[in-house]
Design a protein around this ligand. Structure first.
Ligand SMILES: *Cc1c(COP(=O)(O)O)cnc(C)c1O
Length: 369
């Protein structure tokens, strides 16, 4: 079976976790946590890192620290993982969905502008499948309407917009280190910010709202969103390899593009494009099954599965699912969601395996199954 994603470990993770366990520091105290926060935040060129139990708690922590709540609106793309909208709902605020840009699949700045109301407080750009959002226009909208930007960079560690890494555009930015993400800590996440007061507030909220100077004294209702030292131990070992992982993802994408170029030229498929202002890190290499293809996306997934190749459809649009229903139209996101597919993108893939996947894709889409 060629998996869609799989973590890549060596002796370094084992040594670090062993060290954490032998030292007895297995919960959320221990040296690996501040080390990992420092390492990852400075790699993103942001001052403060606040490690969390997962990417979803990172996003919720960010909104809680910004006092987002009932009566507020947060603009999120309809084409994203559900956690982006769920965290808005946890706070009592309302997620306002927007359509995707057809060229690069992330939120369309024109749709964002149209969705702003007097209740809007936050824009949450999601850098989808490794491609950054068009941050310039989004920053302009935020400035014009006095809105905050909270980046959901869960899928795009190391992606760049005009030479600057994602995670450095929002007042707070959030990452995930889930098992299939670009680096992993098993479960895990991190909030980044340059704002010292916000960083301090997130540390307090992450730790039950406890006053850091007075044990068991709570000035506010917080959460237990802490990362464990064992997770951070894995994270530190992964940080030594993050640039190599990203280079490999880009290499895999170029192998796919090479192998599938005749299909793309014939309009049978369309690649997930990379804009000239973007460094896409191809968390998931993705294609759209075009109208000239002999079979549809779902048949392709089934056919690949019988050949031992795991793939998956793009996310369902949020506005189609019960908790987030919306009567507005999102034609671009719908088209992507119906016809898009993520192909195996693990950093462990060989050129041989990519060729096998590409050959299977070509065979299926050029003939009826
Ligand atoms: C993975 C992901 C999350 C959530 O991260 P977890 O660590 O799984 O909680 C949030 N947003 C997006 C876009 C993601 O891909």
């Amino acid at each position: 079976m060629i998996p869609i994603a799989e973590p890549s470990f060596d002796e370094a993770e084992i040594a670090n976790v062993t060290q954490a366990i032998r030292a007895g520091w297995i919960s959320s105290k221990g040296k690996f946590i501040p080390e990992f926060e420092e390492k990852f935040s400075s790699w993103c060129n942001v001052k403060h890192g606040i490690a969390t139990s997962n990417g979803t708690t990172a996003l919720h922590l960010a909104l809680a620290a910004l006092n987002i709540g009932p009566g507020d609106e947060v603009i999120v793309p309809t084409l994203t993982f559900a956690a982006t909208a769920n965290v808005v709902i946890y706070t009592g605020a309302k997620p306002v969905l927007v359509d995707s840009h057809p060229d690069y699949w992330c939120m369309d700045p024109a749709a964002v502008e149209a969705a702003v109301t007097p209740r809007t407080r936050v824009i949450m750009p999601v850098h989808l499948y490794g491609h950054p959002c068009d941050m310039g226009p989004i920053q302009n909208i935020a400035r014009k309407h006095n809105l905050l930007i909270v980046e959901d960079a869960a899928e795009s560690h190391g992606a760049e917009y005009k030479g600057r890494k994602v995670g450095s555009f929002g007042i707070i930015s959030c990452f995930s280190f889930y098992g299939n993400k670009i680096i992993t800590t098993g479960e895990g996440g991190m909030c980044l910010t340059d704002d010292e007061a916000l960083a301090a507030r997130m540390r307090i909220l992450r730790d039950h709202g406890m006053n850091p100077g007075r044990r068991y004294w709570h000035d506010t209702v917080g959460f237990n969103y802490r990362m464990t030292n064992m997770q951070a131990a894995v994270g530190m070992a992964q940080m030594a390899k993050i640039d190599r992982f990203i280079d490999k993802k880009i290499q895999i994408a170029s192998w796919y593009k090479d192998e599938l170029r005749t299909l793309a030229a014939a309009n049978i498929i369309k690649f997930h494009p990379s804009m000239e202002w973007a460094k896409c890190v191809y968390w998931m290499f993705s294609i759209m099954v075009g109208p000239k293809a002999k079979t549809g996306r779902d048949e392709l997934i089934k056919a690949l599965d019988t050949e031992g190749i795991e793939s998956r459809p793009l996310f369902h649009c949020l506005h189609r699912m019960p908790p987030y229903l919306s009567e507005k139209a999102f034609p671009v996101a719908e088209g992507l969601s119906m016809r898009g597919i993520n192909l195996p993108s693990s950093v462990n893939l060989t050129e041989e395996q990519v060729r096998k996947v590409a050959t299977s894709v070509s065979k299926v889409l050029q003939a009826r199954v």
